[in-house]
Ligand binder design. Structure first.
Ligand code: ASP
Length: 584
């Protein structure tokens, strides 16, 4: 070893020890006759001291030329510091240097390697290896490793087996767009990178593996929204001989275990909410229930009172914003402008102030009496001092808009405390979703999800009304996992493909292997996949998943460090039998 100790572990108990440390020069302070060097490694920082009286001349001179981020190895003795730094684990000691070696010099880094750096996002991504030297990034990666380990331990303790599934698979039309890989040996043919190991994990169940998990990369070629990565990591799981309840219990247990182990937070008995209820109460299938402001439907109360705007609406819905009756005209106008932005697209916002004296003041006083407004307040559960905000319009659109406003207000009011954890299950998702554009059904979850057994008959008559044994695990307004009980019967799977608009031939060509497998004693099974990147970010109390990925891609899907994607040589194209379309 090039060191006897790391830079984070020496303290007063080691005074007098001869030690060798290795690390990076964080900073130097040079008074000529005395030089201090902060030496850094993954474990911490230790102060090194060189001085005229105790260090030989040559070593002192060499130390004078040390630059930031030089890699050095130093030998010396642990001594007690005169002025101690109680904020550092090693703050009571320093190393009196006797000799040192420069293991490697460094160019001046393009940004400061400090907690608060002067480097912009792009520059930091380009030099990600330097960024990783900074405490916050390093700590996030260590944190991620800790979460992964806790997950593995939990799942292993319940007999889950880690099985790797292939990355070079076949493209399928369902779901997002695939990343494809040309095959050199099979001219004109392509592999696809998996969007998830879904069919493989099901085949492992047919293979009798019983309980499977994998912490696995998945790939989706989607238009990148903020904080999405084209490659991301899932905790992918599948279980045999289970019902929905068994899966919910096991994975509720996983999150309880993680919150306790990683955060020291105790949670129990996650609430359950049906998809329909989540949409009605929160306008959202991943509600943040750390705070209230639940939706109240005011359609019946608000229509027919002579307010023409509301009279034509399909849905009128409101929320009570706690303590916001004191909002000024300007503050309310800002909210109205906010919902009118194209990203939200609302026409406007009606407000009612619940005054402390029990009276109401609203933007629609001309149309609604105090009694009318009282009824709105009762419905939204508004108290004196609250502000009721009301929107009207087409059902789904209005719910989505009010949901966005609810989240924005919660942000403004500081109700989204990252140290509070409010998990829940959203269950009973519809099996299918009608797509107006293609005029056909899409699988709401994926084509392998089983209809609720008691609704099987409805499949033939009213498929849109069928619910699935599908569930999402939601944490603080984020979907952190989703799964379902699967179809394990070849005939049902065939019906499903038919409903999704596949011809028999297409279904056979795409998924023949699965339907075939179902004819060899496929057991009942189900599973779930959790997004590791997001889960880690939430547990870490942060918003951006990029901060928890060692080498993330930017918002245009580029890796700025290695500069990918990139063109390939003509010879490579040739080998792959690819011809590029000329770019005009
Ligand atoms: N494969 C699914 C997904 O990636 C999860 C599951 O159903 O287990 O969303």
């Amino acid at each position: 070893m090039l060191r006897t100790n790391n830079c984070g572990e020496l303290n007063l108990a080691h005074v007098g020890n001869k030690v060798t440390l290795a690390g990076w020069v964080q900073k130097t302070r040079n008074k000529g006759f005395m030089i201090w060097v902060d030496l850094r490694d993954r474990y911490g920082i230790t102060q090194i001291i060189f001085d005229e009286e105790r260090t030989d001349k040559e070593t002192l001179e060499m130390a004078q030329n040390l630059g930031r981020e030089f890699v050095i190895q130093i030998e010396g003795t642990v001594i007690e510091r005169e002025s101690k730094n109680p904020n550092m684990p090693t703050g009571a000691i320093e190393i009196l240097a006797e000799s040192f070696k420069i293991l490697n010099a460094s160019k001046t880094p393009p940004f400061t390697i400090e907690n608060e750096t002067d480097g912009g996002e792009e520059l930091r991504m380009q030099y990600r290896y330097l960024d990783i030297r900074r405490n916050p990034v390093r700590e996030n990666l260590i944190f991620r490793s800790k979460v992964s380990l806790a997950i593995r331990n939990y799942l292993s303790s319940y007999n889950f087996i880690d099985v790797e599934t292939p990355y070079l698979i076949k493209s399928t039309p369902e779901g997002a767009r695939d990343f494809v890989v040309p095959s050199r040996m099979n001219a004109g043919e392509f592999y696809a990178l998996p969007q998830s190991p879904q069919t493989f994990k099901q085949l492992l169940m047919v293979g009798g593996m019983d309980q499977y998990f994998q912490i696995v990369k998945c790939f989706r070629d989607e238009d990148l929204r903020a904080d999405r990565q084209p490659e991301f990591t899932q905790i992918d799981c599948e279980m045999t001989f289970v019902e929905q309840e068994d899966i919910l219990a096991r994975f509720e247990g996983l999150l309880i275990h993680l919150l306790k182990e990683i955060k020291g937070v105790e949670v129990s008995d996650f609430p359950r909410m049906t998809y329909a209820e989540a949409m009605q109460k929160y306008g959202n299938d991943k509600p943040d229930i750390r705070f209230g402001m639940e939706f109240a439907e005011l359609t019946d109360l608000a229509k027919g009172k002579g307010f023409p705007v509301f009279d034509q609406q399909e849905l009128i819905v409101g929320i009570a914003v706690p303590g916001a009756a004191t909002y000024t005209r300007k503050q309310i106008d800002a909210l109205i402008d906010w919902v009118k932005r194209p990203q939200i697209g609302a026409n406007g916002l009606i407000w009612v102030k619940c005054n402390e004296d029990g009276s109401f003041k609203s933007s629609v006083d001309k149309f609604y009496s105090q009694e009318d407004l009282q009824a709105w307040a009762a419905s939204t559960q508004a108290s004196a001092g609250d502000l009721i905000l009301v929107m009207g319009g087409e059902v789904n659109k209005t719910r989505t808009q009010l949901s966005a406003l609810r989240m924005e207000l919660a942000e403004q009011l500081g109700l989204r405390d990252p140290e509070v954890f409010a998990p829940l299950w959203v269950v009973d998702f519809p099996l299918l979703e009608w797509d107006e554009e293609s005029k056909r059904f899409h699988a709401m979850h994926h084509p392998f999800t089983a209809p609720k057994p008691e609704q099987m008959k409805l499949l033939a008559t009213d498929p849109g009304a069928v619910n699935a044994n599908a569930y999402d695990l939601v944490l603080n307004g984020n979907e952190i996992g989703g799964g379902s009980i699967r179809i394990h019967d070849a005939a049902v799977q065939e019906t499903m493909f038919d409903l999704l608009g596949f011809t028999k031939e297409e279904a056979q060509a795409q998924f023949g292997f699965l339907m075939e497998a179902f004819q060899y004693g496929a057991p009942p099974h189900g599973g779930i996949a959790l997004g590791l990147d997001r889960l880690v970010a939430i547990l870490g109390g942060q918003e951006t998943i990029r901060d928890f990925i060692a080498f993330p891609k930017n918002n245009s899907g580029r890796d700025l460090m290695i500069n990918a994607p990139a063109s390939i040589a003509a010879t490579q194209l040739d080998e792959l039998n690819l011809v590029l379309k000329p770019t005009s």
